[in-house]
Design a protein around this ligand. Sequence first.
Ligand code: EPU
Length: 346
Amino acid sequence: MFTETNVPLQPYNTFGIVAKAHTLVRVRSVADVQAVAANAGLAAHPAFVLGGGSNLVLTGDVKPLVLKVEVMGIRLVEDTAKAWVVEAGAGENWHDVVAWTLAHGYPGLENLALIPGTTGASPVQNIGAYGVELQDRFESLDAVDLATGQTFTLNAAQCAFGYRDSVFKHAPKRPGDFGLAGKALITHVRLRLPKPWKPVLGYADLEKKIAETGTTQPSAQQIFDWVCAIRRAKLPDPQVVGNAGSFFKNPTVTPEQCADIIAREPRVVHYPMVDGNIKLAAGWLIDACGWKGKSVGQASVYEKQALVLVNRGGATGGEVMTLAGAIQTSVYERFGIRLEPEPVVI
Ligand code: EPU
């Protein structure tokens, strides 16, 4: 185990915000995590687990011990009549894992192509896109308890997945409270890809591709290519323009609240949910408030997707959060809806 100090974090967060880690340890194996837990000097500090930094806003230098997850490896661990199960190290780039599964003939992750970040972070916020969420393809994960060094395995129910949510996003305040944020480090994720493969095509952008191309029975590779093209057309590439994907969650309202908004704003984009409530497109709400292209310092609202905040070069975490706060206020004043940020703010 090798401890580094004053490590620049700009290359390790997709927003490209300048900040430093006071102390950083690169974790390449379960044994590395256990060595941190066993080291009295390190274990005494609160820890911050850093994956691909794609869902993160840094508002200053990071004082907690940064554990940068670099556990690698992808392999098929099960091949039955019902499914393929693929295991990936938490440090593997998520999109590389999606591409690997398709290249090896194990379809099922194609709708989740090109989502930035690492595989270990994928269950933390239950990533989702184009009608598929991680929880739909999740088998189990291995993690290490940062206090004791004990390894444990969680299934989907134990991860308590919700919309962009899991047990790993909740910080327990008292012993026994729900939540594993800051308490555990995910080392491996297993993905279950059901047989026979069935395409998921219900999402409007994919239906548009079917209509445009006339391909009514696309292969998994075709869907992968479509998803990549759709994302490249409307979401900024973090290698070029710093960003953390959608900055806010899509809010949920009751049918009564929705009817009230529709009465005032008939064009509001909304989707009924199975529980009877209605999900609103946060991007539409922000766009309707006129935020596209607006800035605070070097932090801006992306011109092609109002749900994405971008770093025009040299933005600080403070500028990003001031912009986010102003957006929240204006959406609340106009629609009475409180938008909840998606990224972790540290
Ligand atoms: N819209 C606007 N103006 C905007 C942005 C969106 O009118 O500036 C409208 C669109 O026209 C569309 C609707 O809002 O009718 C929804 O937009 P979009 O299809 O782009 O999806 P989204 O709800 O904004 C969600 C996820 C994305 C995911 C896409 C595709 C959340 C918070 N975001 O975005 O996830 O890629 O659906 O499934 O759930 C992420 O979480 O980082 C992310 C990118």
